[in-house]
Design a protein around this ligand. Structure first.
Ligand code: UD1
Ligand code: CA
Length: 443
């Protein structure tokens, strides 16, 4: 199971033992206009299917997913994170549609919670509400300002009469602004009775799961009103961006409530697994992703941090910490790129590449320093000790080890180890040829 750095939804602790969960993810996802299956499209760097699975497993250990289109690809993604998930296959040719998806499903528990694979923003607490209703069928519905293509829910005298799909709705019905969220909690017995009765007599010639409502007329059917944004279904790339933005807002709001300052937060991307500790400040256009951990630090404008730890430090503007950096008590200035770098109490103020290196306390890295870590075949390490003064425009030809209390003269190529206390100079010899210019150009 993926460990979220933040508790965006409630975690474990209230598994509902009597519920089987089924996630529908077999559709073609045509509106996404992509080679990639719809449920593998990502929000905040995590696929939609993993988002919903995470919420499903917070509620029950009995989770199935129906697949068809590019089944192997989606199955691989699911099982890599949730290996206990049962995978079912829909016969899309002969039984297309959301009810067709249930053809091979045999619930093992008393109740079934049916979810769609394209609703990554739902929280388990809201889903739990549906399961707590005392009804044969509970349906998540929401009021929408713009009901778009959602199925319209016809409610008469407080009773849900039926769901009318957009494609089948007349002009009057299209005006209904109560929408079907596509989430159903239904007794397994009722589901088994009704499924064989669903036909494909509609505009899309599909077997609609929404028909369960009209077919269960004599049963207790209850609507549960949910939040439109939280339950939004994502069908195309515009909706994908709207949903990602909503998720980002939620992530940043969470961290602001924990005391992090964000300047122009709408311009900043914070990954799901990023963690802030203590007093942190994040400027505009920053991107922090992976399992990065920022402790009591300032991240200035337009910096990118991937899978790295920053502690009691300031980074940027325009700095790039690539994966696996540990930056402690350090100043990283503009145009500094680090990768797999451990810096402890260091100043690297300007324009440098520090890759595969360890740099110890009191060391100053001059502008234009480059760790030449790659020989074309392998990566090598640069180790720089304490209190080293690295002059500007220095190259460290790794593997190389510079001990404590060393001065590296500006413009040097450090191509051998340097022992403590030394001055190291390695530049081309100086040559000044008087009047060379005038002779060359015959002035
Ligand atoms: C569906 C509902 C609609 C509701 C909306 C909520 C139906 C007929 N319509 O419409 O009332 O307002 O969700 O977001 O149920 N899928 C399958 N097999 C299929 C077709 C779809 O597994 O044959 C899966 C898809 O992969 C997707 C989910 O079911 O994850 C919903 O399908 P989608 O095509 O997105 O349905 P909507 O048109 O959004
Ligand atoms: Ca949908």
């Amino acid at each position: 199971m993926i460990e979220l750095g933040i508790n965006l939804s409630i975690k474990q602790g209230f598994k509902i033992m009597k519920t089987s969960i089924l996630i529908l993810a077999a559709g073609l996802g045509t509106r996404m206009k992509s080679q990639k299956p719809k449920v593998l499209q990502e929000l905040c760097q995590k696929s939609m299917i993993l988002h919903i699975l995470e919420k499903a497993y917070e509620l029950s250990d009995d989770v199935s997913v129906v697949l068809s289109y590019q089944k192997e690809l989606v199955e691989k993604e699911i099982l890599s994170c949730f290996p206990k998930t049962k995978i079912l296959e829909q016969d899309l040719q002969n039984y297309p549609g959301t009810a067709g998806a249930l053809k091979n499903f045999k619930p093992s528990k008393e109740k079934v919670l049916i979810l769609c694979g394209d609703m990554p923003l739902v929280e388990s607490l809201s889903l739990k509400q549906l399961l707590e209703e005392n009804a044969d069928l509970t349906l998540a519905v929401f009021y929408a300002k713009d009901p778009k293509n959602y199925g319209r829910v016809l409610i008469k005298e407080n009773r849900i009469e039926k769901i009318i799909e957009f494609k089948d709705a007349n002009e009057e019905e299209k005006k209904i602004n109560i929408c079907n969220a596509g989430v159903y909690a239904i007794s397994s017995q009722l589901l088994e009775q009704i499924l064989p009765l669903i036909n494909n007599n509609n505009a899309a010639k599909e077997y609609y799961l929404t028909d369960v409502v009209a077919l269960a007329k004599d049963k207790i059917i209850k609507p549960v009103y949910v939040d439109e944004n939280e339950f939004m279904g994502i069908n195309d790339k515009f909706e994908l961006s709207v949903a990602e933005n909503l998720m980002q807002e939620k992530i940043k709001k969470h961290w602001m409530k924990q005391g992090v300052i964000f300047h122009l937060p709408h311009s900043t991307f914070i990954g799901l697994d990023v963690e802030f500790i203590g007093e942190c400040e994040v400027y505009e256009n920053v991107r922090i992703e992976g399992k990065s951990k920022i402790v009591n630090s300032i991240i200035k404008s337009s910096s990118v941090i991937e899978n790295s730890i920053v502690e009691n430090s300031d980074v940027g503007p325009l700095a790039h910490l690539r994966p696996n950096c540990e930056i402690k008590n350090t100043h990283i200035g503009n145009f500094v790129e680090c990768k797999n770098a451990k810096l402890n109490t260091v100043k690297a103020g300007h324009l440098s590449y520090l890759g595969d290196c360890e740099i110890d306390s009191g060391t100053n890295i001059g502008c234009g320093t480059i760790t030449c870590n790659y020989d074309g075949v392998k990566k090598h390490k640069t180790i720089i000790g304490k209190n080293v003064f690295v002059g500007s425009d220095t190259q460290f030809i790794a593997p190389v080890n510079v001990e404590n209390d060393v001065i590296i003269a500006a413009g040097s190529s450090v191509d051998c180890n340097v022992s403590s206390g030394s001055l190291f100079i390695n530049r081309a010899n100086r040559k000044i040829i008087k009047d060379y210019f005038y002779k060359k150009f015959k002035k």
